[in-house]
Design a protein around this ligand. Structure first.
Ligand SMILES: *Cc1c(COP(=O)(O)O)cnc(C)c1O
Length: 386
Protein backbone atom coordinates (compact mmCIF):
# COMPACT_ATOMS: atom_id res chain seq x y z
CA UNK A 1 0.00 0.00 0.00
CA UNK A 2 1.30 3.48 -0.82
CA UNK A 3 0.79 6.30 1.71
CA UNK A 4 -2.25 7.73 -0.12
CA UNK A 5 -3.97 4.34 -0.11
CA UNK A 6 -3.14 3.97 3.57
CA UNK A 7 -4.83 7.27 4.36
CA UNK A 8 -7.93 6.33 2.36
CA UNK A 9 -8.03 2.94 4.06
CA UNK A 10 -7.66 4.49 7.51
CA UNK A 11 -10.38 7.09 6.81
CA UNK A 12 -12.77 4.42 5.55
CA UNK A 13 -12.24 2.26 8.62
CA UNK A 14 -12.71 5.25 10.94
CA UNK A 15 -15.80 6.34 9.04
CA UNK A 16 -17.37 2.90 9.27
CA UNK A 17 -16.64 2.68 12.96
CA UNK A 18 -18.32 6.06 13.42
CA UNK A 19 -21.40 4.97 11.47
CA UNK A 20 -21.62 1.81 13.51
CA UNK A 21 -21.24 3.58 16.84
CA UNK A 22 -23.43 6.62 16.33
CA UNK A 23 -25.78 5.57 13.66
CA UNK A 24 -27.00 2.06 12.95
CA UNK A 25 -25.95 0.68 16.29
CA UNK A 26 -28.87 2.59 17.79
CA UNK A 27 -31.60 0.92 15.78
CA UNK A 28 -34.27 -0.79 17.82
CA UNK A 29 -32.09 -3.59 19.11
CA UNK A 30 -31.02 -4.20 15.53
CA UNK A 31 -27.36 -4.35 14.61
CA UNK A 32 -26.12 -3.04 11.28
CA UNK A 33 -26.31 -6.54 9.82
CA UNK A 34 -29.84 -6.97 11.12
CA UNK A 35 -31.07 -3.67 9.70
CA UNK A 36 -29.80 -4.76 6.30
CA UNK A 37 -31.11 -8.28 6.86
CA UNK A 38 -34.58 -7.04 7.72
CA UNK A 39 -34.73 -4.56 4.88
CA UNK A 40 -33.60 -6.91 2.15
CA UNK A 41 -34.90 -10.29 3.33
CA UNK A 42 -37.06 -12.17 0.88
CA UNK A 43 -39.78 -14.12 2.67
CA UNK A 44 -41.35 -17.30 1.35
CA UNK A 45 -44.38 -19.34 2.23
CA UNK A 46 -42.10 -21.87 3.83
CA UNK A 47 -40.87 -19.21 6.30
CA UNK A 48 -44.43 -18.91 7.60
CA UNK A 49 -44.72 -22.66 7.79
CA UNK A 50 -41.41 -22.91 9.64
CA UNK A 51 -42.47 -20.32 12.24
CA UNK A 52 -45.88 -21.97 12.71
CA UNK A 53 -44.16 -25.29 13.22
CA UNK A 54 -41.60 -23.88 15.63
CA UNK A 55 -44.17 -22.09 17.81
CA UNK A 56 -46.41 -25.16 17.86
CA UNK A 57 -43.56 -27.30 19.13
CA UNK A 58 -41.98 -24.83 21.55
CA UNK A 59 -45.27 -23.92 23.22
CA UNK A 60 -47.14 -27.17 22.70
CA UNK A 61 -50.25 -26.41 20.66
CA UNK A 62 -51.64 -25.27 17.36
CA UNK A 63 -50.01 -22.03 16.16
CA UNK A 64 -51.66 -19.42 13.94
CA UNK A 65 -49.75 -16.38 12.63
CA UNK A 66 -51.49 -13.00 12.63
CA UNK A 67 -51.12 -9.41 11.51
CA UNK A 68 -50.26 -8.26 15.03
CA UNK A 69 -50.36 -9.17 18.69
CA UNK A 70 -53.85 -7.90 19.44
CA UNK A 71 -55.31 -10.01 16.64
CA UNK A 72 -53.57 -13.06 18.11
CA UNK A 73 -54.87 -12.25 21.58
CA UNK A 74 -58.37 -11.74 20.22
CA UNK A 75 -58.28 -15.17 18.55
CA UNK A 76 -57.15 -16.77 21.83
CA UNK A 77 -60.07 -15.12 23.66
CA UNK A 78 -62.56 -16.14 20.98
CA UNK A 79 -61.34 -19.73 21.19
CA UNK A 80 -61.94 -20.15 24.92
CA UNK A 81 -64.64 -17.72 26.06
CA UNK A 82 -68.29 -16.89 25.38
CA UNK A 83 -69.27 -13.31 24.50
CA UNK A 84 -70.16 -11.50 27.71
CA UNK A 85 -67.67 -13.39 29.90
CA UNK A 86 -65.50 -11.30 32.19
CA UNK A 87 -61.71 -11.66 32.20
CA UNK A 88 -59.30 -10.19 34.74
CA UNK A 89 -56.59 -8.03 33.16
CA UNK A 90 -53.48 -6.32 34.47
CA UNK A 91 -54.42 -2.70 35.27
CA UNK A 92 -51.23 -1.50 33.61
CA UNK A 93 -51.12 -2.40 29.98
CA UNK A 94 -51.35 -1.42 26.35
CA UNK A 95 -54.55 -0.31 24.65
CA UNK A 96 -54.01 -3.25 22.28
CA UNK A 97 -55.09 -5.61 25.04
CA UNK A 98 -58.31 -3.70 25.65
CA UNK A 99 -59.02 -3.70 21.91
CA UNK A 100 -58.59 -7.48 21.73
CA UNK A 101 -60.91 -8.06 24.71
CA UNK A 102 -63.58 -5.78 23.26
CA UNK A 103 -63.35 -7.32 19.78
CA UNK A 104 -63.87 -10.75 21.34
CA UNK A 105 -67.04 -9.42 23.02
CA UNK A 106 -65.67 -9.85 26.56
CA UNK A 107 -65.70 -7.61 29.60
CA UNK A 108 -62.34 -6.46 31.00
CA UNK A 109 -62.01 -6.42 34.79
CA UNK A 110 -58.98 -4.32 35.69
CA UNK A 111 -56.89 -5.55 38.61
CA UNK A 112 -54.49 -3.28 40.46
CA UNK A 113 -50.78 -4.08 40.36
CA UNK A 114 -47.81 -4.37 42.67
CA UNK A 115 -44.83 -1.98 42.65
CA UNK A 116 -42.28 -4.73 42.75
CA UNK A 117 -43.11 -6.41 39.45
CA UNK A 118 -45.93 -4.35 37.88
CA UNK A 119 -48.24 -7.40 37.90
CA UNK A 120 -51.43 -8.22 39.77
CA UNK A 121 -50.94 -10.62 42.66
CA UNK A 122 -53.27 -13.01 44.44
CA UNK A 123 -54.78 -10.35 46.68
CA UNK A 124 -55.64 -8.20 43.63
CA UNK A 125 -57.20 -11.17 41.88
CA UNK A 126 -59.31 -12.09 44.88
CA UNK A 127 -60.74 -8.57 45.03
CA UNK A 128 -61.92 -8.82 41.45
CA UNK A 129 -63.54 -12.18 41.11
CA UNK A 130 -67.29 -12.70 40.82
CA UNK A 131 -69.62 -15.19 39.17
CA UNK A 132 -69.11 -13.76 35.66
CA UNK A 133 -65.33 -14.05 35.83
CA UNK A 134 -64.20 -16.78 33.47
CA UNK A 135 -60.54 -16.06 32.84
CA UNK A 136 -57.27 -14.28 33.61
CA UNK A 137 -54.85 -12.69 31.16
CA UNK A 138 -51.28 -12.92 32.40
CA UNK A 139 -48.90 -10.30 31.05
CA UNK A 140 -45.59 -10.63 32.95
CA UNK A 141 -45.13 -6.86 32.70
CA UNK A 142 -41.88 -5.67 31.10
CA UNK A 143 -40.59 -9.22 31.40
CA UNK A 144 -41.15 -9.57 35.17
CA UNK A 145 -42.88 -12.91 35.79
CA UNK A 146 -46.04 -13.22 37.89
CA UNK A 147 -46.24 -15.62 40.83
CA UNK A 148 -47.46 -18.38 38.56
CA UNK A 149 -47.78 -21.11 41.19
CA UNK A 150 -50.19 -19.08 43.31
CA UNK A 151 -52.12 -17.81 40.30
CA UNK A 152 -52.50 -21.23 38.75
CA UNK A 153 -53.83 -22.61 42.04
CA UNK A 154 -56.27 -19.71 42.26
CA UNK A 155 -57.41 -20.29 38.67
CA UNK A 156 -58.03 -23.99 39.32
CA UNK A 157 -60.01 -23.26 42.45
CA UNK A 158 -62.30 -20.80 40.65
CA UNK A 159 -62.43 -22.63 37.34
CA UNK A 160 -60.74 -19.80 35.41
CA UNK A 161 -59.03 -20.16 32.06
CA UNK A 162 -55.53 -18.70 31.87
CA UNK A 163 -54.39 -16.82 28.77
CA UNK A 164 -50.74 -15.76 28.56
CA UNK A 165 -49.83 -12.60 26.67
CA UNK A 166 -46.16 -12.87 25.71
CA UNK A 167 -45.70 -9.42 24.15
CA UNK A 168 -43.28 -8.47 26.97
CA UNK A 169 -41.90 -11.79 28.01
CA UNK A 170 -41.03 -14.30 25.28
CA UNK A 171 -38.26 -16.47 26.70
CA UNK A 172 -38.88 -15.48 30.34
CA UNK A 173 -39.06 -18.23 32.99
CA UNK A 174 -41.37 -18.43 35.99
CA UNK A 175 -40.02 -19.11 39.48
CA UNK A 176 -40.79 -22.83 39.13
CA UNK A 177 -38.67 -23.08 35.98
CA UNK A 178 -41.43 -23.33 33.41
CA UNK A 179 -41.20 -21.03 30.43
CA UNK A 180 -43.79 -18.27 29.95
CA UNK A 181 -46.21 -19.53 27.32
CA UNK A 182 -46.33 -23.11 28.56
CA UNK A 183 -48.98 -22.66 31.24
CA UNK A 184 -52.13 -21.08 29.78
CA UNK A 185 -54.84 -22.53 27.56
CA UNK A 186 -53.97 -19.94 24.91
CA UNK A 187 -50.81 -17.91 24.33
CA UNK A 188 -50.62 -14.66 22.34
CA UNK A 189 -47.47 -13.13 20.85
CA UNK A 190 -46.72 -9.68 19.52
CA UNK A 191 -43.79 -9.01 17.20
CA UNK A 192 -44.43 -5.24 17.36
CA UNK A 193 -42.08 -2.30 17.80
CA UNK A 194 -39.89 -2.71 20.91
CA UNK A 195 -41.52 -5.98 22.04
CA UNK A 196 -39.44 -8.95 23.11
CA UNK A 197 -39.65 -10.25 19.54
CA UNK A 198 -39.47 -7.17 17.33
CA UNK A 199 -40.06 -7.39 13.60
CA UNK A 200 -42.01 -4.11 13.78
CA UNK A 201 -45.40 -5.78 13.44
CA UNK A 202 -46.85 -9.24 13.32
CA UNK A 203 -48.12 -11.62 15.95
CA UNK A 204 -49.32 -15.13 16.64
CA UNK A 205 -51.46 -17.29 18.86
CA UNK A 206 -50.81 -20.79 20.13
CA UNK A 207 -53.92 -22.73 21.14
CA UNK A 208 -52.70 -25.23 23.73
CA UNK A 209 -55.97 -26.55 25.14
CA UNK A 210 -58.86 -27.90 23.06
CA UNK A 211 -60.87 -24.91 21.76
CA UNK A 212 -64.50 -24.22 22.66
CA UNK A 213 -64.99 -22.34 19.41
CA UNK A 214 -63.39 -23.06 16.09
CA UNK A 215 -60.80 -20.47 15.03
CA UNK A 216 -60.19 -19.49 11.42
CA UNK A 217 -56.66 -18.65 10.39
CA UNK A 218 -56.21 -15.33 8.51
CA UNK A 219 -56.27 -15.70 4.73
CA UNK A 220 -55.82 -12.21 3.24
CA UNK A 221 -52.38 -11.05 2.17
CA UNK A 222 -50.88 -8.04 3.94
CA UNK A 223 -51.46 -4.67 2.27
CA UNK A 224 -48.53 -3.43 0.16
CA UNK A 225 -48.31 -0.32 2.37
CA UNK A 226 -48.02 -2.47 5.52
CA UNK A 227 -45.32 -4.50 3.81
CA UNK A 228 -43.30 -1.42 2.96
CA UNK A 229 -43.68 0.14 6.37
CA UNK A 230 -42.61 -3.01 8.15
CA UNK A 231 -39.67 -3.52 5.85
CA UNK A 232 -38.23 -0.02 6.18
CA UNK A 233 -38.97 0.65 9.83
CA UNK A 234 -35.64 -0.58 11.22
CA UNK A 235 -33.74 1.49 8.70
CA UNK A 236 -35.78 4.65 9.28
CA UNK A 237 -35.71 4.11 13.03
CA UNK A 238 -31.95 3.74 12.88
CA UNK A 239 -31.67 6.89 10.80
CA UNK A 240 -33.74 8.88 13.28
CA UNK A 241 -31.78 7.69 16.27
CA UNK A 242 -28.55 8.17 14.38
CA UNK A 243 -29.21 11.83 13.71
CA UNK A 244 -30.19 12.40 17.34
CA UNK A 245 -26.55 13.40 17.49
CA UNK A 246 -27.64 16.64 15.82
CA UNK A 247 -31.04 16.60 17.57
CA UNK A 248 -33.07 16.26 14.38
CA UNK A 249 -33.93 12.60 14.89
CA UNK A 250 -36.91 13.31 17.13
CA UNK A 251 -38.31 15.75 14.59
CA UNK A 252 -37.89 13.28 11.73
CA UNK A 253 -39.42 10.46 13.81
CA UNK A 254 -42.47 12.59 14.64
CA UNK A 255 -42.80 13.43 10.95
CA UNK A 256 -42.58 9.77 9.91
CA UNK A 257 -45.23 8.86 12.48
CA UNK A 258 -47.47 11.67 11.20
CA UNK A 259 -47.31 10.47 7.61
CA UNK A 260 -47.81 6.88 8.85
CA UNK A 261 -44.45 5.66 7.58
CA UNK A 262 -43.55 4.63 11.06
CA UNK A 263 -46.47 3.36 13.08
CA UNK A 264 -46.53 3.41 16.85
CA UNK A 265 -47.45 -0.09 17.89
CA UNK A 266 -50.52 1.25 19.72
CA UNK A 267 -51.92 2.43 16.37
CA UNK A 268 -51.62 -0.92 14.64
CA UNK A 269 -55.16 -2.03 13.71
CA UNK A 270 -56.78 -5.24 14.88
CA UNK A 271 -57.54 -7.45 11.90
CA UNK A 272 -58.38 -11.13 12.20
CA UNK A 273 -58.31 -11.73 8.46
CA UNK A 274 -54.85 -10.44 7.48
CA UNK A 275 -51.79 -12.62 7.41
CA UNK A 276 -48.35 -11.69 8.70
CA UNK A 277 -45.88 -10.74 5.97
CA UNK A 278 -43.58 -13.59 5.03
CA UNK A 279 -40.35 -11.76 5.65
CA UNK A 280 -41.55 -10.81 9.13
CA UNK A 281 -42.24 -14.46 9.86
CA UNK A 282 -38.68 -15.21 8.80
CA UNK A 283 -37.21 -12.51 11.07
CA UNK A 284 -39.39 -13.58 13.99
CA UNK A 285 -38.21 -17.18 13.73
CA UNK A 286 -34.57 -16.08 13.84
CA UNK A 287 -35.30 -13.99 16.93
CA UNK A 288 -37.12 -16.81 18.71
CA UNK A 289 -34.12 -19.03 18.18
CA UNK A 290 -31.83 -16.36 19.66
CA UNK A 291 -34.00 -15.47 22.65
CA UNK A 292 -32.10 -14.46 25.73
CA UNK A 293 -31.45 -17.18 28.24
CA UNK A 294 -33.33 -17.19 31.52
CA UNK A 295 -31.94 -15.09 34.33
CA UNK A 296 -31.12 -12.12 32.14
CA UNK A 297 -32.74 -8.78 32.95
CA UNK A 298 -36.30 -7.87 32.08
CA UNK A 299 -37.40 -6.42 28.74
CA UNK A 300 -37.27 -2.82 29.97
CA UNK A 301 -35.67 -2.02 33.32
CA UNK A 302 -37.89 0.34 35.24
CA UNK A 303 -37.60 2.93 37.99
CA UNK A 304 -40.08 5.05 39.92
CA UNK A 305 -38.99 8.68 40.08
CA UNK A 306 -40.17 11.72 41.98
CA UNK A 307 -40.44 14.28 39.20
CA UNK A 308 -40.70 12.45 35.91
CA UNK A 309 -40.95 15.43 33.56
CA UNK A 310 -37.75 16.85 34.99
CA UNK A 311 -35.94 13.52 34.69
CA UNK A 312 -37.11 13.10 31.09
CA UNK A 313 -35.90 16.61 30.31
CA UNK A 314 -32.50 15.84 31.76
CA UNK A 315 -32.32 12.61 29.77
CA UNK A 316 -33.22 14.49 26.59
CA UNK A 317 -30.53 17.06 27.29
CA UNK A 318 -28.14 14.13 27.49
CA UNK A 319 -29.31 13.02 24.04
CA UNK A 320 -31.45 10.09 25.06
CA UNK A 321 -34.45 9.64 22.84
CA UNK A 322 -37.59 8.17 24.38
CA UNK A 323 -40.48 7.53 22.04
CA UNK A 324 -43.03 6.84 24.75
CA UNK A 325 -42.85 5.21 28.16
CA UNK A 326 -44.44 1.93 29.18
CA UNK A 327 -46.90 3.07 30.45
CA UNK A 328 -47.77 6.71 30.97
CA UNK A 329 -51.40 5.82 31.79
CA UNK A 330 -52.75 2.59 33.37
CA UNK A 331 -53.94 1.73 29.85
CA UNK A 332 -51.69 3.46 27.33
CA UNK A 333 -51.26 5.50 25.21
CA UNK A 334 -52.88 8.57 26.68
CA UNK A 335 -54.79 9.43 23.48
CA UNK A 336 -56.92 6.28 23.84
CA UNK A 337 -57.15 6.23 27.62
CA UNK A 338 -60.56 7.94 27.90
CA UNK A 339 -62.20 5.22 25.80
CA UNK A 340 -61.30 2.58 28.36
CA UNK A 341 -63.19 4.09 31.35
CA UNK A 342 -60.49 2.80 33.63
CA UNK A 343 -61.57 2.43 37.29
CA UNK A 344 -58.87 4.65 38.82
CA UNK A 345 -60.33 4.54 42.33
CA UNK A 346 -60.04 0.75 42.35
CA UNK A 347 -56.45 0.72 41.07
CA UNK A 348 -54.51 3.39 42.98
CA UNK A 349 -51.14 1.67 42.56
CA UNK A 350 -51.53 1.47 38.78
CA UNK A 351 -52.34 5.19 38.68
CA UNK A 352 -49.40 6.07 40.91
CA UNK A 353 -46.96 3.90 38.97
CA UNK A 354 -48.05 5.24 35.59
CA UNK A 355 -47.32 8.76 36.86
CA UNK A 356 -43.86 7.93 38.20
CA UNK A 357 -42.42 5.17 36.07
CA UNK A 358 -39.42 5.52 33.80
CA UNK A 359 -38.19 2.64 31.68
CA UNK A 360 -35.61 2.33 28.97
CA UNK A 361 -36.34 1.39 25.37
CA UNK A 362 -34.81 -1.79 24.03
CA UNK A 363 -32.66 -0.01 21.45
CA UNK A 364 -30.12 1.18 24.00
CA UNK A 365 -27.30 -1.19 24.82
CA UNK A 366 -26.21 -1.86 28.40
CA UNK A 367 -23.22 0.48 28.00
CA UNK A 368 -25.36 3.33 26.72
CA UNK A 369 -27.65 3.00 29.73
CA UNK A 370 -24.99 3.46 32.40
CA UNK A 371 -25.21 7.27 32.18
CA UNK A 372 -29.00 7.25 31.90
CA UNK A 373 -29.22 5.17 35.07
CA UNK A 374 -27.01 7.68 36.92
CA UNK A 375 -29.40 10.48 35.95
CA UNK A 376 -32.46 8.51 37.03
CA UNK A 377 -30.97 7.33 40.30
CA UNK A 378 -30.78 10.88 41.66
CA UNK A 379 -34.58 11.08 41.59
CA UNK A 380 -35.72 7.66 42.83
CA UNK A 381 -38.72 7.28 45.06
CA UNK A 382 -37.16 5.73 48.17
CA UNK A 383 -36.40 2.08 48.47
CA UNK A 384 -39.12 0.45 46.39
CA UNK A 385 -37.62 0.29 42.95
CA UNK A 386 -37.22 -2.55 40.50
C1 LIG B 1 -48.00 -4.35 22.44
C2 LIG B 1 -48.77 -5.29 23.24
C3 LIG B 1 -49.66 -6.22 22.66
C4 LIG B 1 -49.98 -6.36 21.21
O1 LIG B 1 -49.52 -5.38 20.40
P1 LIG B 1 -49.70 -5.32 18.79
O2 LIG B 1 -49.31 -3.92 18.54
O3 LIG B 1 -51.11 -5.61 18.47
O4 LIG B 1 -48.75 -6.32 18.21
C5 LIG B 1 -50.30 -7.08 23.52
N1 LIG B 1 -50.10 -7.04 24.84
C6 LIG B 1 -49.25 -6.18 25.42
C7 LIG B 1 -49.07 -6.23 26.89
C8 LIG B 1 -48.56 -5.27 24.65
O5 LIG B 1 -47.72 -4.41 25.24
Amino acid sequence: MNPAQKVVFWLTAKGMAFVRRHYLGMAAGYSLEEVCGHTFTVGRQKDCEALTDYLGKRYGGEAILCKNGRSGLCLALKAYFEPGDAVIVNGFTCYAVYEAIKAAGLKPVWADIDRGDLNFDLKNLEKNIDKNTKGIIIQNSLGNPVDIVAIEKFAKKHNLIIIEDLAHCAGVRYSDGREAGTVGAGVAFSFGKDKSIDTVSGGAVVLRAPCKHKIKAPTKSPRPSDHLRARFYPMLGATCRGIMVIRAGGVLMRFLIRIHWVERSADNKLDLTRKISKFEARRALTQFKNLRKSGEPALREFYLVENRDEVLRELRLNRYFFDGLWYEKPVSPERYYKKVHFPEAKCPEAVFISEHIINFPTYYSKDKLVRARKIVEKHLIGGENG
